[in-house]
Design a protein around this ligand. Structure first.
Ligand SMILES: [Fe+2]
Length: 294
């Protein structure tokens, strides 16, 4: 199997999605709107963590105070209308047809360096988003807010794109998670007790692929790609923005990456909003994916 990393490709979006569903990766230099989104996130983070520089703030604050600031900062960024607007702008920068593009709210993530490893700063083990009730046509976008390095970025394990991994996604239902799991996140500082799908076998994590771009660079990958947050040993907190997008035509056609091992129920499709007017997908269409309504 070959994994191609396309850099600043001028390929059409149709072509690009096909390649993504086949396991390829795409990387773009910062675009006007990705830079604006990064600037917006920085402004918010710098204000919230003042007088500290966000990547260094973890060394200067009490644990609980730090967690409290993030617990407030993240939803403020996620729910701000400007964030969604700028995501739409990024998609337009990449020549995506906005009338067909449905996006989930952009999340601001932080990964502290050997400091806190649960709840809001949860360090994800190797996973596919499709273990978490994502459709196989879901495409993920990842953008660093400050400089990243190999020891605080994300790693891909392309071998497993075509090879199944034994995992516990059978126990996961998205609607149940929304109802019971998510609200517990802010309360967990030291211990990660929420039930999340995870691998049930040893994963050969290396060789892996890590993509390092300047802040505002855009990494695009299929939600079926097995990926891991690299344990952060850089001494600095990594801040990044990620969001998911589906194309309505793919959702209607049930196209996307192959399912090699996901066994969860339900769907996250109810979260997606059309880039042009924030309309949701039609109920009937979401219903086609909702394998176990609760
Ligand atoms: Fe993920």
């Amino acid at each position: 199997m070959v994994t191609v990393l396309y850099y600043d490709s001028t390929m059409s979006d149709e072509e690009r999605r096909k390649k993504l569903f086949g396991g390829d990766l795409f990387v773009y230099s910062p675009t006007p709107h990705s830079l604006q989104l990064v600037a917006f996130a920085r402004e918010m983070a710098e204000k919230a963590l003042a007088p500290h520089f966000p990547p260094d703030a973890q060394h200067h604050m009490e644990k609980q105070a730090y967690v409290d600031v993030l617990a407030d900062l993240k939803p403020t960024f996620i729910n701000h209308p400007r964030s969604k607007e700028l995501v739409g702008g990024i998609l337009a920068d990449l020549d995506i047809d906005l009338t067909q593009a449905y996006l989930d709210v952009p999340r601001l993530r932080s990964m502290t360096s050997e400091y806190l490893n649960a709840g809001l700063t949860l360090q994800f083990e190797s996973h596919r988003d499709t273990w978490f009730s994502a459709p196989f046509s879901q495409i993920n976008y990842w953008i660093p807010v400050y400089d990243v390095a190999e020891d605080n970025a994300m790693a891909f394990h392309p071998r497993y794109f075509a090879e199944g991994v034994r995992n516990s996604s059978r126990d996961y239902n998205y609607a149940q998670w929304v109802q019971f799991g998510r609200s517990a996140a802010a309360k967990q500082v030291d211990m990660e007790t929420r039930k999340q799908p995870e691998a049930e076998q040893e994963i050969e994590r290396e060789p892996d692929i890590r993509v390092i771009t300047p802040p505002g660079g855009i990494l695009i990958f299929s939600g079926a790609q097995l990926h891991t947050t690299v344990p952060n040993t850089s001494g600095r907190t990594r801040f990044s923005i990620d969001f998911r997008v589906v194309n309505r035509k793919d959702v209607e056609a049930h196209s996307g990456a192959a399912n090699v091992d996901s066994d969860c129920t339900g769907t996250n499709l109810g979260d997606f909003m059309r880039a042009t007017d924030l309309e949701r997908l039609p109920e009937e269409l979401i219903g086609e994916y909702d394998t176990a309504p609760i």
